[in-house]
Design a protein around this ligand. Structure first.
Ligand code: AZC
Length: 791
């Protein structure tokens, strides 16, 4: 390893050890690791090819992969070797891995899920390919200026992205616009513009390198670099039109995970990567197979939300227009290939494109959508429409074109059946299935929490790394004082690591003995960070009023970004920051309460925050969070959850035991009922003197004396349009927090509850989730693996 690092330093980077920066060392280390990855990757790819295995194609607009050095070193079992090699070279492994930018090609849960799935697919040796977009700029970087979010462009590609291999030979024409002519019994699409999609491959190596898959991200190239004729005429704009379309398509990730953007560019992005992926997988199929009718036996295409839903019409277009298949047969074949995962019930997130826009960008696809619609209406005359009130409804399209549709937690799947897709579910009663989300324990425990990982492995061996159910063997330890002490010792190490980080980056001193209470996720009204900050204020007021009570010291930690156009979410961010400033400066509560909101929450920050948490905030309005996956990461790392009966919280509580979970709040059914009661928010506020006091304080400008009216709008909204029932759940949330305070005063009991959480999380491995998809949706199996071949 040491020799390899030095060799890469010299011949890859043109540096000698004496004059190398941290960046140089990181690049040399990464290349050394990459070489080893390739030795597992190429045999896997070859084996999948020679065996003509059925492959999974996971189409996703987002892959939130974060940093990769540690992940790769860890999956290859090379962390210690790398550390030792660098130490011999007088370099610190921990410093070097921290130099890597965080690849944020996603917004939140949906993108991170895709990354966890890639890890599990590789570990389970299921031949698979992830397909997405190689955005030039990932999710924006967040900064706080006077407490307000400001966004800066993210620039991860300014440095070499060492993990990827450019594939200039893999190129597809992606066409947009123009018109369609029908003659010779077939359709001829004459596009208005064309770009080239070109591939960049990143190997994804599973645990111990037994198998490797590929994440293939598409970048756009102009068909004509430059139109010299236009340029010479002096028409510079026209000269670079083709180039500018190509540049814009892969320029940025849309920074919004729940609202439909309605932008033509977004539709083009979706079509761009979907069309390239479908062409690519057909080409791969045809190199090994003669008859296109066998495609479904070799390709399982999973649509991660509706973003790639155009895959249905695109596949049909290729089958009919290029391969001469009859329309009805093409529809059936496409359906056998496709599965669709729904990730949200929020109506604003269900994509709909105005028909005129859709038809202008994709005229041939609009015709095909009409045919799909006609065929479906013929068979099911009372079916909901894909083309509805001048819109193309992508949810309906994805549903109708998929042989299986899945929700992401038990509750969510039931709600999908009862609400968004109730009518389609009646027509296709076996199509909807549940695949409760999961997380990869390799990243979200083994790598991010070395202290706990070591303790677990010392206690039960390392089988849990690929078989998380084995954690249940820790349950027997909940009465073992020495183990409990060691368990909380690991937590303590992580809390100190976080405290040091907060001190260094924010200048706030934290007491590692305080309860670390963490809410990290996108800022959204339904996730109710607002309720959390209101509770923080109420607690602070109580502490000030009764300074001599036996308070449990708390650190309230927030993290998360708001979509740049989401006004209310941005107000909530500002409120949290204003409240933090006042509370953190209050001498009366300085040993009891701190509020910390580090800017620019991302995967890397999550890896530090989650292992250090005592309490995990999962407090969404019931019925709104499809699943959540942060909730799983916290419980796995021994945090207790305070949460509502929403998403996967319901199943987490079943697994960890009701007594090890702080439950509160209205149920999804009660939420629906409560909304029908006129004036429910005013009634709830009226019944809660505590909430009235909190709201009064904010309204009077206690947290922004220079601008006392700042939150009048926000408070007014709580009185009159409290759609997410912050007011209704506030009191029971506050009381449940005090129960958590009480519990925290008994460290041995707390330790038993915390470790029972960890011990009960086996079910929430993404390995289990992927096995579910493989069996229920994809009909694929694990490959025997190639570890020997690589060694
Ligand atoms: C999220 C859901 O909000 C979250 O509950 C779920 O855990 C996650 O997907 C993974 O399934 N959804 C998104 O990030 N984005 C969209 C468009 O739903």
């Amino acid at each position: 390893m040491k020799d390899d690092i030095l060799r890469h330093l010299r011949y890859g980077l043109g540096k000698d050890a004496a004059h190398s920066s941290v960046y140089d060392w990181r690049m040399a280390l990464s290349r050394a690791l990459r070489d080893r990855m390739v030795d597992h990757w190429i045999p896997s790819t070859q084996a999948a090819y020679t065996d003509n295995s059925k492959r999974v194609y996971y189409l996703s607009m987002e892959f939130l992969i974060g940093r990769l050095v540690e992940d790769m070193a860890s999956n290859l079992g090379l962390v210690e070797e790398a550390r030792a090699a660098l130490a011999e070279l007088d370099q610190d492994y921990d410093v070097i891995v921290k130099d890597e930018p965080d690849a944020a090609l996603g917004n939140g849960g949906l993108g991170r899920l895709a990354a966890c799935f890639m890890d599990s697919l590789a570990t389970l040796a299921i031949p698979a390919m992830g397909y997405g977009i190689r955005y030039e700029h990932g999710l924006f970087e967040q900064d706080f200026v006077e407490g307000q979010q400001v966004e800066r462009p993210e620039t991860w590609l300014q440095q070499d992205h060492i993990w990827e291999f450019e594939r200039p030979e893999v190129q597809y024409m992606i066409r947009f616009g123009g018109h369609v002519e029908h003659h010779d019994g077939r359709a001829h699409w004459h596009p208005g513009e064309t770009v080239i999609a070109t591939a960049f491959d990143t190997p994804v190596i599973g645990w111990k390198g037994r198998w490797g898959n590929t994440l293939r991200l598409w970048a756009a190239l102009p068909v004509k670099v430059f139109d010299l004729a236009s340029f010479n005429r002096g028409d510079y704009l026209a000269a670079s039109r083709s180039e500018s379309l190509a540049r814009t398509i892969c320029r940025v990730l849309y920074p919004d995970d729940t609202t439909e953007t309605g932008k033509e560019l977004r539709l083009k992005q979706e079509y761009f990567f979907t069309a390239a992926s479908i062409q690519d997988l057909i080409r791969r199929f045809l190199t090994n197979n003669a008859d296109i009718r066998d495609l479904a036996d070799h390709a399982a295409i999973q649509l991660n939300d509706t973003h790639p839903a155009i895959a249905g019409p695109e596949l049909i277009r290729l089958l009919v227009d290029d391969h001469g298949m009859a329309m009805a047969e093409a529809v059936t074949l496409a359906r056998r290939c496709l599965g669709y995962t729904n990730h949200t019930l929020l109506p604003e997130a269900l994509e709909r494109w105005p028909e005129w826009l859709f038809g202008r960008v994709l005229p041939r696809h609009l015709e095909i959508v009409r045919e799909i619609e006609a065929e479906h209406q013929r068979r099911f005359p009372d079916s909901p429409k894909i083309l509805d009130s001048g819109n193309v409804c992508m949810g309906e399209l994805a549903f109708i074109m998929a042989h299986k549709v899945n929700g992401v937690s038990a509750l969510h799947t039931e709600l999908v059946k009862k609400t968004v897709f109730a009518d389609l579910h009646r027509i296709h009663p076996t199509r909807i299935v549940n695949e409760t989300n999961g997380i990869t324990q390799r990243r979200w425990l083994h790598t991010c929490n070395p202290a706990l990982s070591r303790l677990i492995t010392d206690t039960i061996g390392d089988g849990w790394i690929t078989d998380l159910d084995q954690l249940s063997r820790l349950r027997a330890k909940s009465g073992d004082p020495a183990f409990k002490e060691a368990f909380m010792g690991a937590k303590r190490v992580n809390k100190e690591r976080l405290s040091n980080w907060v001190n260094a980056h924010m200048g706030i001193a934290l007491d590692p003995d305080a309860m670390f209470d963490v809410q990290i996720k996108r800022i959204h009204e339904y996730k109710r960070q607002l309720m959390n900050v209101l509770e923080t204020i109420a607690l602070w007021m109580d502490m000030r009023a009764h300074p001599n009570l036996d308070w449990t010291p708390r650190v309230k930690i927030f993290g998360g970004k708001a979509a740049p156009g989401y006004h209310t979410a941005k107000e909530i961010i500002r409120l949290i920051n204003d409240v933090a400033e006042v509370i953190n400066a209050d001498p009366a509560t300085k040993d009891l309460l701190k509020v910390v909101y580090p800017p620019n929450y991302n995967v890397t920050m999550a890896e530090v925050l989650i292992p250090a948490a005592d309490l995990s905030e999962q407090i969404s309005t019931a019925g709104k969070e499809a699943s959540g996956t942060g909730n799983m990461k916290f419980a796995l790392n021994g945090a207790l959850t305070i949460g509502t009966l929403d998403g996967a919280n319901v199943e987490i509580r079943e697994h960890v035991g009701y007594e090890n979970f702080f439950l509160f709040g209205l149920t999804a059914e009660q939420v629906v009922e409560r909304r029908k009661t006129p004036g429910y928010a005013r009634a709830a506020i009226g019944a809660s003197p505590r909430l009235q006091e909190v709201l009064r304080l904010i309204f009077e400008g206690r947290f922004c004396p220079q601008d006392p009216g700042r939150y009048h709008g926000l408070i007014g909204m709580l009185y009159d349009h409290d759609y997410f029932l912050v007011t209704c759940d506030f009191d029971t949330y506050f009381d449940t927090q005090r129960r958590a305070d009480e519990a925290f005063k008994h460290p041995r009991n707390w330790a038993a509850m915390a470790l029972t959480n960890t011990a009960s999380m086996g079910f929430f491995s993404s390995d289990r989730t992927i096995r579910g998809y493989a069996e229920d949706i994809w009909q694929v199996s694990s490959h025997p693996g190639v570890a020997e071949a690589a060694e």
